[in-house]
Design a protein around this ligand. Structure first.
Ligand SMILES: Cc1cc2nc3c(=O)[nH]c(=O)nc-3n(C[C@H](O)[C@H](O)[C@H](O)COP(=O)(O)OP(=O)(O)OC[C@H]3O[C@@H](n4cnc5c(N)ncnc54)[C@H](O)[C@@H]3O)c2cc1C
Ligand code: SF4
Length: 350
């Protein structure tokens, strides 16, 4: 007999929204999260404020977590993972593994919401000296600084006078095989530039970019205020090297508008690292037999027609496990995945 259970793997924004959707549609959602807490990367990496509206990230995620966990038809398993899968749409048998051992769950459909991880800026090309210099940090490090209300130089605790962002670190880079655009980092760098100006109004903030890629909310509510109200300096340029000199950071590259070499000193350099598939996404693709695209994200064969269908009937994908996404796109895809999963279950029951 077909179960009315939908198994959702991953308890970040996508998994939580998928669980909410499945529950709203009257089916039973079993949410399996490998960490000991829900909320995904925004919680794990200590994000400070989320768009829209610069909402406190913990508060925003806790609101969704409270809604999801209060529902009688949602069951949450933390510190758990999926180790095996048998069966087919309408009648999957999912082996869940945790400290209590292995447990078999029958499920009509599965939603994979295993998310992303930040590109490691020390990988392969170490031109930015991330692991060498304490004042070279990533977007995620800056989120944690903003959350702690400590926008300071890590080397000496002083307030930074000059901060720059280096865009496209680990994205749009053929040399390392990541040709794709991570979609969110132009917007997030601009958001953080505003937050830095709010925290340290005397700081000069620069964004070195190849192209600024933003749309909708990010352009209207973040990019223009960053330029016009907060006087963030956007410089079209390519950074080729970050060195340490006299206690400062020497940033070298090319100003591509002026077509000339550029050398500037900074107190803090923020690397706008891209989004790559999480280890958990890669693992689940193997366990569930899902095809991955050339970057390791879950392959979505008919992306423009249905961004949630995978190569296995009855297994849907939501959020950044299928490729870089902001929260708007993550939530939209999660709602669609819930609807598709329930539809698959209903068809199997008919
Ligand atoms: C620095 C930074 C700041 C950002 N700020 C914003 C913002 O302000 N606004 C915005 O719109 N977007 C923002 N984003 C994007 C936002 O973080 C993503 O859109 C969102 O986190 C994607 O959610 P997700 O659920 O797909 O993935 P994740 O948040 O990565 O969640 C995935 C979850 O799955 C779990 N998991 C992984 N593998 C397994 C497994 N095998 N089994 C069980 N569980 C597993 C993980 O532990 C995690 O809980 C930001 C991104 C970055 C890099
Ligand atoms: S969003 Fe911007 S910084 Fe990120 S990869 Fe795309 S162009 Fe580069």
């Amino acid at each position: 007999m077909t179960s009315n259970r939908i198994v959702i793997i991953g308890g970040g924004p996508a998994g939580l929204e998928a669980a909410r959707g499945v529950s709203d549609l009257g089916f039973h959602a079993t949410l399996i999260e490998r960490r000991e807490f829900l909320g995904g990367t925004p919680i794990a990496e200590n994000y400070a404020a989320l768009t829209h509206g610069f909402r406190d990230a913990e508060e925003a995620m806790n609101e969704i977590i409270a809604d999801v966990t209060a529902r009688p038809n949602v069951e949450v398993h933390l510190n758990s993972c999926v180790s095996k899968l048998d069966g087919a749409v309408g009648n999957f048998h999912v082996q869940m593994q945790n400290s209590a051992g292995a447990q078999m769950l029958d499920a009509a459909a599965i939603i994979v919401a295993t998310g992303f991880q930040h590109f490691d800026p020390g990988r392969e090309t170490q031109i930015y000296n991330y692991y060498e210099y304490p004042d070279v940090i990533t977007l995620a490090d800056m989120e944690a600084m903003l959350k702690a209300k400590q926008v300071v130089r890590r080397s000496n605790g002083a307030l930074p006078e000059r901060v720059c962002f280096v865009q496209c670190v680990g994205s749009r880079d053929r040399q390392i095989g990541n040709e794709f655009c991570s979609k969110v980092c132009c917007g997030i760098a601009s958001k953080q530039a505003i937050e830095i100006k709010q925290a340290v109004p005397s700081a000069k903030v620069f964004i070195f970019y190849i192209d600024m890629r933003m749309y909708g909310y990010w352009e209207n509510e973040i990019y223009w205020p960053a330029q016009e109200k907060y006087k963030v300096n956007y410089v079209k340029g390519i950074i080729t090297e970050v060195l340490q000199k006299n206690g400062k950071l020497l940033v070298r590259g090319e100003d591509t508008t002026m077509g000339r070499p550029m050398e500037v000193t900074m107190d803090l350099v923020v690397l706008s690292v891209g989004m790559e598939p999480s280890e958990g996404t890669r693992e689940m693709a193997q366990v569930l037999g899902l095809k991955q695209n050339k970057y390791g994200f879950i392959e979505v064969p008919h992306e423009s027609l249905d961004p949630t269908l995978t190569t296995v009937p009855g297994i849907l994908v939501a959020g950044s496990a299928a490729g870089p996404k902001d929260l708007d796109d993550t939530f939209s895809s999660a709602g669609l995945a819930a609807m598709r999963a329930v539809t698959a279950a209903r068809k199997a029951m008919a």
